[in-house]
Ligand binder design. Sequence first.
Ligand SMILES: Cc1cc2nc3c(=O)[nH]c(=O)nc-3n(C[C@H](O)[C@H](O)[C@H](O)COP(=O)(O)OP(=O)(O)OC[C@H]3O[C@@H](n4cnc5c(N)ncnc54)[C@H](O)[C@@H]3O)c2cc1C
Ligand code: SF4
Ligand code: SF4
Ligand code: SF4
Length: 396
Amino acid sequence: MISVFDNKEDCCGCTACKSICQTQAISMEPDKEGFLYPEINQELCIDCSKCRKVCAFQNGYDIPGNLRQPKVYAAKHNNENIRSNSTSGGAFTAISDYVLDNNGVVFGAAFDENMNVIQQVASTAKERDKFRGSKYVQSDLKNVYKEISMLLKDDVQVLFTGTPCQTAGLYRFLEGHNIENLILCDLVCHGTPSPLMWREHIRHLEKKEKSKVDEYYCRHKVEGWHTHTEMVIYKNGKEDYKSIISQEHKTLFYSHNILRPSCHNCKYTNLMRPSDITIADFWGIEKYMPDFDDNKGISLILVNSAKCEQLLKEVSNNLTLKESNTEDCLQPQLKEPSQPSPDRAEFWEDYKTYGYDYIIRKYAGYNLRTVIKRNIIALKMAIIGEKKKNEHKINN
Ligand SMILES: Cc1cc2nc3c(=O)[nH]c(=O)nc-3n(C[C@H](O)[C@H](O)[C@H](O)COP(=O)(O)OP(=O)(O)OC[C@H]3O[C@@H](n4cnc5c(N)ncnc54)[C@H](O)[C@@H]3O)c2cc1C
Ligand code: SF4
Ligand code: SF4
Ligand code: SF4
């Protein structure tokens, strides 16, 4: 009996195995934490092993032809309105505008009408604008890998944007296809939170406010780019970024209790990128280019392939670019995976036993006991991280 993975830490949920299975034996099913994992219907399985072989997360990834060291830039979109509506410096809009202007299509993550985060396709700027803004929850890829393979067969230019494990999975799934018209754009990734916890957060907000959530910004710039502020806008017109409840998802995100288990075993926290272009926040810019930082958002751009060098020339009218280097851009997520919280198992046990309102009070509340406990956990996580770094140094 074949299985696609042995441990949850080894599956990032990229859907490559499901997409490659010729007998449709694989479906993506949620586990108790709300993350999707491949499940095999053994009656349909013909034991061909294609699903195992296609897995980039377990078998490694390499994009032959990619530059061994990326070229590094700091960038701002020249349109202040676009920059203000983007998470970082607006690099995504500049790149996707180029593709749309060439009659191509763009894939990205957007909220659906129930605030679920779904990977979708856009062929107009209006549709693409829904992808703007980081959504701190794992997006549902649905069947986009197969859709993309069909579009490429029809010679359509495709820009796929997503987390590195999503671009790596897509690349492996498309092996053997003509991918000249494909541009892979990944993000630097801290980890993706549980869709179940996200739904609970939205439910919690709506119950307290007695109004549906209309818009949500996981990183709003109302208090500046350097401050992580979440903003919720309700159907009744109320905006909230000040209350404790409006920031509870952020608190759980950074607690590392709700990230996908594979995020703590991430293969993509380095400069060997599974994409043509990587976009991120240029954290640390205030140290290296203080004159460029205006607290309105600076993108980090890593140029990983010759295709992307050409692309950057094409989009440079819309961006102010400054060349940087592979040392100044090295934020933690380009060095090692996020450390799991020592409380992770207890957190999920508490959720199962007592429900969301309880875990929010215990793990994301702002009473003195919780704050002290959170600080102790942060200290423990820093010590574990430091220990791992020292072990790594000794082993090397
Ligand atoms: C879960 C997550 C974790 C991140 N962690 C880091 C980090 O640790 N360090 C860092 O420097 N940058 C991180 N980023 C990237 C950063 O937040 C910005 O998304 C990126 O810099 C692009 O900003 P922009 O201004 O160019 O574009 P924006 O206009 O803000 O575009 C956002 C882009 O992100 C994509 N996107 C949004 N949500 C998701 C999602 N859930 N899954 C897949 N794709 C999504 C959209 O499709 C679009 O391409 C993370 C993003 C996400 C979604
Ligand atoms: S990482 Fe992707 S290809 Fe590998 S088992 Fe998980 S869903 Fe399948
Ligand atoms: S072994 Fe082949 S048929 Fe069976 S689930 Fe994997 S890909 Fe599908
Ligand atoms: S941290 Fe790694 S495994 Fe987790 S979503 Fe990001 S790229 Fe995927």
